[in-house]
Design a protein around this ligand. Structure first.
Ligand code: ZN
Length: 548
């Protein structure tokens, strides 16, 4: 999922996606966008090692307070550090270990703290950031971000966070960029005794504070996107289990609202076949140490690492709808499948810049097709992803401007998924294609990557130069058009509406015979039966035009 403008982790509603993407295209970027979206000098010199986050959640007045103890490694000694915390939250102080609070100035949602002296390269330092305030309340999570202060149908508190795109700094201070993840993180959340908090990783301790509150200490032993760190607090039931996967036993911990336990027990049976399918195609689930969890939330869903947020109301499809229009999407629960796919593409392998978010969403959309294939066969999987083409808008490019925390258009889902499906046709070898997907995962496991690294990896291992293919689908709003005409026994064909040098092969049926054409922007000819008609293999996401 992702944020308001396009969709985020979860696919947003189609209409809102297009309008917001268009609005975004005209968006003028600000100084604040640059501070947030680029690795400026006050960010570049230090590398996050550990976030030790402690937050007290006070639902009675919708406020929170807490501290984040940040351990960092010095890459290049400097004295000014940027920390992000969005208004109206307040950063009270930033204190180095055993020292007095540092001098600090605020520039919008960025704080710059000054150290009296630089720490030497290679050493580690620790600062504790104290904060409080009433974080922005999300109006339509998960597409906008912030806290969700809800109640379940019995009137019990039901609290959640969602902040993809907007950023984790909407509620806690951190280095708010996808480019730098801590190696591990504690998430200790204090909530009223009446509810349970389920955050990321494994539960280490539960402490009753004797003041009507309990602290739930969770620990993630792997790198984590800061936008994946989440509060989920409610009256939950706990359904436990074990899945025996590629790396051995994987714990499954499912947290439906208590009164949904029986319904959840049935719906969540989809978790095992989902894991089996994705481990087959992508390799081992990336977080055996932290376990797999599903947590019921008052918003639709989000790929919160090792604690996937689930709000699809225990029905198949996307809130009961099939995005592909084929009926195939009603055979499985969209949120379980899509958000869990992000554990591989999005969480284990994370884009450095939000501009490359297709690395998350194109693969997650494509994962829906792979799941359909696992369940119902290859043709069904193809029909599913092809069916989602109806949602492509082609109004804005998929890749957004870099360095300003901008997201590209919602086409990163369906058009991106169809781009990958098209590339699979070019590879034309399913085992090779699977080895590419698994290779991406093993090569970039637990890392941040650029879109270009992903493109280059696929090109290299497919043994073909796909740069023009990626450029076409990711950076333009044009779908390639195969122009053709048949004159007697001569077929003439070429690409139109393409980036310069575009020469993607395409499979066609002409005169009842399947053949692979290698069109370029120049006319080429082939001999065909007299009067033959030409049809493109539907698996290639291209258009056709007959010309005279
Ligand atoms: Zn998603």
């Amino acid at each position: 999922m992702k944020k308001l403008f396009a969709l985020a982790c979860t696919v947003a509603l189609v209409l809102s996606a297009s309008t917001t993407a268009t609005a975004q295209g005209r968006r003028a970027f600000t100084h604040a966008d640059t501070l947030r979206g680029s690795i400026g000098p006050a960010r570049a010199w230090w590398d996050v090692g550990f976030y030790d986050l402690h937050v007290r959640v006070n639902p009675t007045d919708s406020s929170i307070s807490g501290m984040n103890r940040i351990t960092y490694r010095v890459l290049d000694p400097a004295t000014e550090m940027q920390l992000d915390l969005q208004q109206p939250m307040v950063l009270d102080s930033v204190v180095p270990e055993g020292r007095r609070p540092l001098m600090m100035r605020r520039d919008g949602n960025a704080y710059f703290v000054t150290f009296p002296a630089a720490i030497a390269r290679g050493l580690t330092g620790t600062v504790t950031a104290y904060f409080h305030g009433k974080p922005r309340a999300a109006q339509r999570a998960p597409w906008d971000g912030g806290f969700v202060w809800a109640r379940d149908s019995l009137g019990n508190r039901w609290i959640a966070t969602a902040n993809q795109g907007l950023g984790a700094s909407v509620w806690w201070p951190n280095k708010d960029t996808q480019a730098d993840e801590p190696d591990s993180q504690r998430v200790a959340i204090t909530v009223p005794d009446s509810i349970v908090d389920v955050s990321n990783g494994r539960l280490r301790s539960v402490t009753s504070n004797g003041d009507g509150t309990t602290t739930w200490e969770w620990f993630v032993t792997n790198p984590i996107n800061n936008y994946d760190v989440a509060v989920n607090a409610a009256r939950y039931a706990h359904l436990g289990g074990v899945y025996y996967g590629e790396k051995g036993p994987l714990t499954l911990d499912l947290y439906p609202l208590a009164y949904h336990a029986d319904t959840a027990r049935v719906q969540f049976e989809q978790v095992r076949p989902m894991l089996a399918c994705f481990e087959h195609w992508f390799g081992p689930y990336p977080w055996y140490e932290d376990g797999y969890k599903l947590v019921e939330t008052p918003h639709l869903g989000m790929e919160h690492q090792s604690a996937v947020a689930y709000g699809n109301h225990y029905q198949n499809g996307y809130l009961g709808r099939d995005l592909s229009g084929t009926g195939l999407g009603l055979k499985w629960d969209f949120i379980i499948v899509h958000e869990s796919a992000h554990e591989w593409f999005g969480n284990s392998l994370t884009s450095k810049d939000l501009a490359d978010m297709w690395v998350h969403e194109s693969f997650a959309n494509y994962s829906e097709a792979l799941y359909t294939e696992c369940q119902q066969g290859k043709e069904a999987g193809a029909s599913y992803v092809i069916g989602t083409r109806r949602l492509v808008r082609n109004e804005e490019p998929i890749v957004a401007p870099f360095g300003v925390n901008a997201e590209g258009s919602g086409d990163m889902y369906y058009k991106g998924g169809n781009m990958l499906h098209t590339i699979r046709q070019l590879v034309n070898d399913d085992e090779k294609w699977r080895s590419i997907l698994r290779g991406l995962q093993s090569t970039y496991r637990h890392q941040v990557v650029t879109g270009k690294q992903v493109e280059d990896y696929i090109s290299q291992h497919a043994g073909m130069d796909l740069r023009k293919v990626f450029a076409q689908y990711l950076t333009t709003t044009k779908i390639p058009v195969l122009e053709s005409r048949v004159n007697g026994t001569t077929l003439s064909y070429r690409w139109a509406d393409v980036v310069p040098g575009f020469d993607m092969p395409v499979r066609v049926t002409v005169g009842g015979e399947s053949r692979l054409l290698r069109p370029t922007e120049s006319w080429q000819t082939a001999t065909v039966p007299s009067g033959a008609s030409l049809a493109v293999d539907r698996n290639f996401y291209v258009l056709t035009r007959s010309v005279r």
